[in-house]
Design a protein around this ligand. Sequence first.
Ligand SMILES: C[S@@+](CC[C@H](N)C(=O)[O-])C[C@H]1O[C@@H](n2cnc3c(N)ncnc32)[C@H](O)[C@@H]1O
Length: 300
Amino acid sequence: MLPIQALTPVPWPDYELIDSGGFEKLERFGKHIVARPEPQAIWDKALAQEEWQQMAGAWFRRHNHHAFSEHERGKWHARPDQPEKWWMTYQRKNLQLKLKISLSSFKHVGIFPEQAVNWDYITEKINQMPVKSPKVLNLFAYTGIASLVARHAGAEVTHVDSVKQVISWARESMEASQLDGIRWIVDDAPKFVARQVRRQHRYQGLILDPPAYGRGPQGEKWVLEEHLNPLLKNCAQLLDPDHHFCIINLYSMGFSPLIVENLVNTIFGQVAHMEIGELYIPDRAGRRLPLGIFCRFASC
Ligand SMILES: C[S@@+](CC[C@H](N)C(=O)[O-])C[C@H]1O[C@@H](n2cnc3c(N)ncnc32)[C@H](O)[C@@H]1O
Protein backbone atom coordinates (compact mmCIF):
# COMPACT_ATOMS: atom_id res chain seq x y z
CA MET A 1 0.00 0.00 0.00
CA LEU A 2 1.24 3.46 -0.93
CA PRO A 3 2.57 5.46 2.05
CA ILE A 4 1.18 8.96 2.60
CA GLN A 5 4.18 11.29 2.49
CA ALA A 6 4.58 14.68 4.15
CA LEU A 7 6.86 16.84 2.00
CA THR A 8 8.31 20.30 2.52
CA PRO A 9 10.49 22.42 0.22
CA VAL A 10 14.24 22.72 0.67
CA PRO A 11 14.46 26.16 2.37
CA TRP A 12 15.64 29.11 0.29
CA PRO A 13 16.78 32.55 1.51
CA ASP A 14 13.89 34.62 0.15
CA TYR A 15 11.02 32.83 1.88
CA GLU A 16 10.20 31.99 5.49
CA LEU A 17 7.11 30.99 7.43
CA ILE A 18 7.84 32.91 10.62
CA ASP A 19 4.83 31.96 12.72
CA SER A 20 1.37 30.43 12.46
CA GLY A 21 -1.67 30.23 14.71
CA GLY A 22 -4.90 31.99 15.59
CA PHE A 23 -6.17 31.26 12.03
CA GLU A 24 -3.31 33.32 10.55
CA LYS A 25 0.23 32.97 9.22
CA LEU A 26 3.19 35.38 9.20
CA GLU A 27 5.53 35.02 6.23
CA ARG A 28 8.51 36.76 4.67
CA PHE A 29 8.67 37.07 0.88
CA GLY A 30 12.04 38.62 -0.02
CA LYS A 31 12.38 41.84 1.98
CA HIS A 32 8.76 42.09 3.16
CA ILE A 33 6.73 40.39 5.87
CA VAL A 34 2.98 39.89 5.58
CA ALA A 35 0.28 38.45 7.84
CA ARG A 36 -2.74 36.73 6.30
CA PRO A 37 -5.53 34.29 7.11
CA GLU A 38 -4.81 30.58 7.38
CA PRO A 39 -7.99 28.67 8.25
CA GLN A 40 -6.09 25.50 9.18
CA ALA A 41 -3.88 27.15 11.82
CA ILE A 42 -6.29 26.53 14.69
CA TRP A 43 -3.53 26.45 17.34
CA ASP A 44 -2.07 29.48 19.21
CA LYS A 45 0.60 31.74 17.76
CA ALA A 46 4.12 31.14 19.13
CA LEU A 47 4.98 34.85 19.00
CA ALA A 48 3.06 37.62 20.75
CA GLN A 49 0.52 39.65 18.81
CA GLU A 50 2.75 42.75 19.33
CA GLU A 51 5.64 40.95 17.62
CA TRP A 52 3.41 40.19 14.62
CA GLN A 53 2.36 43.84 14.52
CA GLN A 54 5.98 45.02 14.66
CA MET A 55 7.08 42.67 11.90
CA ALA A 56 4.21 42.73 9.41
CA GLY A 57 4.33 45.42 6.73
CA ALA A 58 0.90 44.33 5.50
CA TRP A 59 -1.97 42.47 7.12
CA PHE A 60 -4.92 40.92 5.33
CA ARG A 61 -7.99 41.30 7.54
CA ARG A 62 -11.13 39.34 6.84
CA HIS A 63 -14.49 41.06 6.50
CA ASN A 64 -16.32 38.08 7.90
CA HIS A 65 -14.98 36.29 10.92
CA HIS A 66 -15.74 32.76 9.86
CA ALA A 67 -12.36 31.19 10.45
CA PHE A 68 -13.08 28.32 8.09
CA SER A 69 -14.15 30.30 5.06
CA GLU A 70 -12.18 29.29 1.98
CA HIS A 71 -13.30 32.46 0.20
CA GLU A 72 -11.33 34.98 2.12
CA ARG A 73 -13.11 38.24 1.61
CA GLY A 74 -11.28 41.11 3.16
CA LYS A 75 -8.67 43.75 2.58
CA TRP A 76 -4.94 44.33 2.89
CA HIS A 77 -3.95 46.97 5.46
CA ALA A 78 -0.43 48.13 4.77
CA ARG A 79 2.07 50.38 6.52
CA PRO A 80 2.96 53.53 4.56
CA ASP A 81 6.42 52.14 3.73
CA GLN A 82 5.06 48.81 2.48
CA PRO A 83 4.99 48.53 -1.34
CA GLU A 84 2.00 46.87 -2.95
CA LYS A 85 4.26 45.03 -5.38
CA TRP A 86 7.85 43.85 -5.10
CA TRP A 87 10.22 41.13 -6.30
CA MET A 88 11.63 38.03 -4.65
CA THR A 89 14.04 35.35 -5.84
CA TYR A 90 13.59 31.61 -6.01
CA GLN A 91 16.92 29.87 -6.04
CA ARG A 92 17.61 26.17 -6.35
CA LYS A 93 20.69 24.55 -7.88
CA ASN A 94 21.17 26.18 -11.31
CA LEU A 95 17.69 27.71 -11.33
CA GLN A 96 17.20 31.34 -10.37
CA LEU A 97 13.79 32.92 -10.88
CA LYS A 98 12.75 36.51 -10.25
CA LEU A 99 9.16 36.50 -9.10
CA LYS A 100 6.75 39.37 -8.79
CA ILE A 101 4.85 39.50 -5.51
CA SER A 102 1.69 41.54 -5.14
CA LEU A 103 -0.86 42.06 -2.39
CA SER A 104 -3.83 40.81 -4.40
CA SER A 105 -7.44 39.98 -3.71
CA PHE A 106 -8.40 36.85 -1.76
CA LYS A 107 -5.27 37.13 0.44
CA HIS A 108 -2.98 35.70 -2.27
CA VAL A 109 0.44 37.18 -3.12
CA GLY A 110 1.33 35.32 -6.33
CA ILE A 111 3.30 32.39 -5.00
CA PHE A 112 2.47 29.16 -3.15
CA PRO A 113 5.91 28.43 -1.64
CA GLU A 114 5.01 24.84 -0.66
CA GLN A 115 4.82 24.11 -4.40
CA ALA A 116 8.63 24.20 -4.54
CA VAL A 117 8.38 20.48 -3.77
CA ASN A 118 6.67 20.03 -7.14
CA TRP A 119 9.05 22.43 -8.93
CA ASP A 120 11.89 20.04 -7.98
CA TYR A 121 9.85 17.14 -9.32
CA ILE A 122 9.12 18.94 -12.61
CA THR A 123 12.84 19.66 -13.14
CA GLU A 124 13.85 16.12 -12.27
CA LYS A 125 11.27 14.47 -14.54
CA ILE A 126 11.97 16.73 -17.52
CA ASN A 127 15.72 16.11 -17.12
CA GLN A 128 15.15 12.34 -17.00
CA MET A 129 12.82 12.24 -19.99
CA PRO A 130 14.29 10.72 -23.18
CA VAL A 131 12.10 13.11 -25.24
CA LYS A 132 13.73 16.33 -26.49
CA SER A 133 11.66 19.42 -25.55
CA PRO A 134 8.78 17.54 -23.90
CA LYS A 135 5.38 19.24 -24.04
CA VAL A 136 4.05 20.35 -20.66
CA LEU A 137 0.50 21.58 -19.99
CA ASN A 138 -0.01 23.65 -16.85
CA LEU A 139 -3.73 24.03 -15.98
CA PHE A 140 -5.13 26.55 -13.47
CA ALA A 141 -1.60 27.85 -13.80
CA TYR A 142 -1.96 31.15 -11.85
CA THR A 143 1.28 33.23 -11.82
CA GLY A 144 3.06 30.38 -13.50
CA ILE A 145 6.07 29.47 -11.41
CA ALA A 146 5.64 25.81 -12.42
CA SER A 147 5.54 26.99 -16.06
CA LEU A 148 8.79 28.93 -15.58
CA VAL A 149 10.46 25.94 -13.93
CA ALA A 150 9.37 23.59 -16.75
CA ARG A 151 10.53 26.08 -19.38
CA HIS A 152 13.91 26.48 -17.66
CA ALA A 153 14.28 22.68 -17.74
CA GLY A 154 13.76 22.74 -21.52
CA ALA A 155 10.06 21.94 -21.97
CA GLU A 156 7.61 23.46 -24.46
CA VAL A 157 5.11 24.92 -22.03
CA THR A 158 1.41 25.72 -22.44
CA HIS A 159 0.06 27.78 -19.54
CA VAL A 160 -3.74 27.97 -19.10
CA ASP A 161 -5.59 30.24 -16.71
CA SER A 162 -8.97 31.95 -16.92
CA VAL A 163 -7.76 35.34 -15.69
CA LYS A 164 -5.94 37.61 -18.15
CA GLN A 165 -4.31 39.79 -15.49
CA VAL A 166 -2.81 36.73 -13.83
CA ILE A 167 -1.28 35.71 -17.17
CA SER A 168 0.28 39.19 -17.61
CA TRP A 169 1.70 38.79 -14.13
CA ALA A 170 3.19 35.38 -15.04
CA ARG A 171 4.67 36.88 -18.21
CA GLU A 172 6.40 39.63 -16.18
CA SER A 173 8.05 37.02 -13.96
CA MET A 174 9.08 35.02 -17.06
CA GLU A 175 10.75 38.05 -18.62
CA ALA A 176 12.43 39.07 -15.35
CA SER A 177 13.76 35.50 -15.09
CA GLN A 178 15.35 35.74 -18.58
CA LEU A 179 13.06 33.05 -20.00
CA ASP A 180 10.83 33.10 -23.07
CA GLY A 181 8.62 31.02 -25.32
CA ILE A 182 5.79 30.05 -22.96
CA ARG A 183 2.43 29.68 -24.75
CA TRP A 184 -0.11 31.71 -22.77
CA ILE A 185 -3.79 30.74 -23.00
CA VAL A 186 -6.70 32.55 -21.37
CA ASP A 187 -9.38 29.85 -21.29
CA ASP A 188 -11.57 27.63 -19.19
CA ALA A 189 -9.33 24.68 -18.28
CA PRO A 190 -11.98 21.95 -18.93
CA LYS A 191 -12.93 23.51 -22.29
CA PHE A 192 -9.29 23.84 -23.36
CA VAL A 193 -8.58 20.21 -22.45
CA ALA A 194 -11.68 18.95 -24.30
CA ARG A 195 -10.50 20.83 -27.41
CA GLN A 196 -7.00 19.36 -27.14
CA VAL A 197 -8.51 15.85 -26.89
CA ARG A 198 -10.59 16.44 -30.05
CA ARG A 199 -7.43 17.55 -31.84
CA GLN A 200 -5.60 14.46 -30.55
CA HIS A 201 -2.80 16.47 -28.96
CA ARG A 202 -0.39 14.73 -26.63
CA TYR A 203 1.61 16.06 -23.68
CA GLN A 204 4.48 14.51 -21.76
CA GLY A 205 3.80 16.60 -18.66
CA LEU A 206 0.52 17.61 -17.00
CA ILE A 207 0.35 19.92 -14.00
CA LEU A 208 -3.00 20.73 -12.36
CA ASP A 209 -3.57 22.99 -9.37
CA PRO A 210 -7.34 23.53 -9.41
CA PRO A 211 -9.03 25.67 -6.78
CA ALA A 212 -12.06 24.52 -4.78
CA TYR A 213 -14.21 27.00 -6.73
CA GLY A 214 -13.37 29.00 -9.84
CA ARG A 215 -14.67 30.55 -13.01
CA GLY A 216 -13.71 30.30 -16.66
CA PRO A 217 -13.37 33.54 -18.69
CA GLN A 218 -17.01 33.24 -19.82
CA GLY A 219 -18.22 32.62 -16.30
CA GLU A 220 -18.01 28.81 -16.63
CA LYS A 221 -18.38 27.37 -13.15
CA TRP A 222 -15.60 25.24 -11.67
CA VAL A 223 -16.52 23.16 -8.60
CA LEU A 224 -13.71 20.82 -7.62
CA GLU A 225 -15.80 17.90 -6.35
CA GLU A 226 -18.03 17.90 -9.43
CA HIS A 227 -15.60 18.75 -12.20
CA LEU A 228 -12.24 17.18 -11.32
CA ASN A 229 -13.28 13.63 -12.27
CA PRO A 230 -14.46 14.46 -15.83
CA LEU A 231 -11.49 16.80 -16.34
CA LEU A 232 -9.01 14.07 -15.36
CA LYS A 233 -10.74 11.59 -17.69
CA ASN A 234 -10.00 13.95 -20.57
CA CYS A 235 -6.48 14.60 -19.26
CA ALA A 236 -5.81 10.85 -19.37
CA GLN A 237 -6.29 10.98 -23.14
CA LEU A 238 -3.76 13.81 -23.48
CA LEU A 239 -0.96 12.08 -21.62
CA ASP A 240 1.76 10.40 -23.70
CA PRO A 241 1.47 6.72 -22.62
CA ASP A 242 5.22 6.09 -22.94
CA HIS A 243 6.91 9.17 -21.52
CA HIS A 244 5.09 11.30 -19.00
CA PHE A 245 4.72 12.89 -15.62
CA CYS A 246 1.57 14.19 -13.98
CA ILE A 247 1.09 16.32 -10.86
CA ILE A 248 -2.30 16.97 -9.28
CA ASN A 249 -2.29 19.41 -6.41
CA LEU A 250 -5.33 20.33 -4.34
CA TYR A 251 -5.86 22.83 -1.62
CA SER A 252 -9.32 22.20 -0.31
CA MET A 253 -10.13 21.91 3.36
CA GLY A 254 -10.75 18.32 4.34
CA PHE A 255 -9.55 16.64 1.14
CA SER A 256 -7.46 13.56 1.84
CA PRO A 257 -4.62 12.39 -0.45
CA LEU A 258 -6.47 9.07 -0.65
CA ILE A 259 -9.24 10.81 -2.61
CA VAL A 260 -6.83 11.75 -5.41
CA GLU A 261 -5.19 8.33 -5.24
CA ASN A 262 -8.59 6.69 -5.83
CA LEU A 263 -9.44 9.13 -8.60
CA VAL A 264 -6.14 8.57 -10.40
CA ASN A 265 -6.22 4.78 -10.01
CA THR A 266 -9.78 4.67 -11.34
CA ILE A 267 -9.05 6.88 -14.34
CA PHE A 268 -5.44 6.15 -15.27
CA GLY A 269 -5.32 2.49 -14.16
CA GLN A 270 -2.11 1.19 -12.63
CA VAL A 271 0.36 4.05 -12.99
CA ALA A 272 4.08 3.80 -12.31
CA HIS A 273 5.96 5.53 -9.51
CA MET A 274 2.91 7.08 -7.88
CA GLU A 275 3.40 9.29 -4.84
CA ILE A 276 0.68 10.79 -2.66
CA GLY A 277 0.80 13.00 0.36
CA GLU A 278 0.56 16.37 1.99
CA LEU A 279 2.68 19.46 1.53
CA TYR A 280 3.65 21.49 4.57
CA ILE A 281 5.95 24.29 5.68
CA PRO A 282 7.35 24.41 9.21
CA ASP A 283 7.18 27.67 11.16
CA ARG A 284 10.07 28.86 13.38
CA ALA A 285 8.52 27.02 16.35
CA GLY A 286 8.57 23.79 14.33
CA ARG A 287 4.82 23.43 13.79
CA ARG A 288 4.14 21.88 10.39
CA LEU A 289 1.50 23.93 8.60
CA PRO A 290 -0.37 21.70 6.10
CA LEU A 291 -0.79 23.39 2.72
CA GLY A 292 -2.59 21.00 0.46
CA ILE A 293 -2.34 17.51 -0.89
CA PHE A 294 -0.77 16.03 -4.00
CA CYS A 295 -0.74 12.96 -6.17
CA ARG A 296 1.98 12.61 -8.78
CA PHE A 297 3.28 9.86 -11.03
CA ALA A 298 5.73 9.47 -13.87
CA SER A 299 6.84 6.93 -16.46
CA CYS A 300 10.37 6.94 -15.03
C1 LIG B 1 -4.63 30.14 -7.41
S1 LIG B 1 -4.64 28.67 -8.32
C2 LIG B 1 -5.03 27.46 -7.17
C3 LIG B 1 -4.07 27.37 -6.08
C4 LIG B 1 -4.53 26.62 -4.90
N1 LIG B 1 -4.82 25.25 -5.30
C5 LIG B 1 -5.72 27.28 -4.22
O1 LIG B 1 -6.86 26.83 -4.38
O2 LIG B 1 -5.52 28.26 -3.51
C6 LIG B 1 -6.14 28.69 -9.11
C7 LIG B 1 -6.05 29.37 -10.46
O3 LIG B 1 -7.05 28.77 -11.26
C8 LIG B 1 -7.61 29.75 -12.08
N2 LIG B 1 -8.93 29.25 -12.48
C9 LIG B 1 -10.05 29.15 -11.75
N3 LIG B 1 -11.05 28.59 -12.46
C10 LIG B 1 -10.53 28.32 -13.69
C11 LIG B 1 -11.06 27.73 -14.88
N4 LIG B 1 -12.31 27.31 -14.96
N5 LIG B 1 -10.23 27.58 -15.93
C12 LIG B 1 -8.94 28.00 -15.89
N6 LIG B 1 -8.40 28.57 -14.78
C13 LIG B 1 -9.18 28.73 -13.71
C14 LIG B 1 -7.61 31.01 -11.24
O4 LIG B 1 -7.62 32.16 -12.06
C15 LIG B 1 -6.31 30.86 -10.46
O5 LIG B 1 -5.24 31.53 -11.08
